[in-house]
Design a binder for this molecule. Structure first.
Ligand SMILES: Cc1cc2nc3c(=O)[nH]c(=O)nc-3n(C[C@H](O)[C@H](O)[C@H](O)COP(=O)(O)O)c2cc1C
Length: 223
């Protein structure tokens, strides 16, 4: 008649089987946790990198040089797959797109060592028409950058850039530069000389940096 108590050998075998089963379950649970963790991280990274950023590039141009620079800024920004870019003359900008944009890049020819009146009118108009005045400051924390073209080497390009940048700072925007110290610039010899490849490249770099910083800032705001 078989004994009711298992032999010590059998007990040892059963205990070992219990331990190996427990180990297997623990390893399985850990593996599942790891897979879930990796999936969630990939999902989070995916949604962050696919997040779109809006970049509005506006300009005034009679002779086409500033418009050419605007196109180069857009080319640079387009290198960033997240960027949705709109390029248009200042007179055509609507409040809705201004308020919806994540970044605003403004280009002007130098008129009397300053930004062109049309560009100043754009800033004045959006202050009143679009209600971005204090205390709401609806343009607050949007990225801003500037570019200019001027006839002479040293006849107001930096002042024009500064006046654009000052208007942006007044709106509590976050101003960045690239190309030259204060933004991109081209010297056009009273509008007769073409914009050089070097100047266009500086404008492209400005656009590229605007897109890069805007994407980083938007990602940071979400976290
Ligand atoms: C009314 C007026 C004033 C200008 N004043 C300046 C100036 O102070 N300094 C300068 O470097 N160029 C000046 N320019 C030249 C323009 O800035 C230059 O030709 C510019 O590249 C024109 O840009 P656009 O081709 O996009 O119209 C002036 C041009 C005009 C029409």
């Amino acid at each position: 008649m078989p004994s009711r108590n298992p032999t010590p050998n059998r007990r040892r075998i059963e205990t070992r089987m219990d331990i190996s089963n427990q180990t297997r379950i623990t390893v399985l649970c850990l593996a599942m946790l790891l897979v879930c963790g990796l999936a969630l991280t990939a999902l989070a990274q995916g949604s962050q990198s696919s997040q779109k950023i809006k970049i509005l590039i506006v300009y005034h141009s009679r002779g086409g040089h500033t418009a050419e620079m605007a196109k180069a800024v857009a080319e640079g920004a387009r290198k960033n797959p997240q960027a949705e870019i709109s390029v248009k003359p200042v007179a055509e900008v609507k409040c809705a797109e201004l308020l919806a944009t994540d970044a605003l890049v403004v280009g002007s020819p130098v008129y009397w060592s300053n930004m062109a009146g049309e560009v100043k009118t754009f800033f004045d108009r959006f202050s009143t028409e679009c209600g971005v005045l204090p205390p709401t400051f609806q343009m607050r924390d949007k990225i801003g950058a500037a570019f200019v073209t001027g006839g002479e080497t040293s006849s107001g390009k930096e002042i024009a850039l500064m006046t654009i940048v000052a208007a942006m700072l007044g709106n509590r925007m976050i101003v960045i530069s690239e190309g030259q110290a204060l933004g991109a610039a081209a010297t056009t010899g009273e509008g007769k000389a073409p914009v050089t490849e070097k100047e266009l490249d500086e404008a492209r770099r400005l656009g590229e940096r605007v897109a890069q910083i805007t994407a980083t800032l938007k990602r940071g705001k979400k976290n």
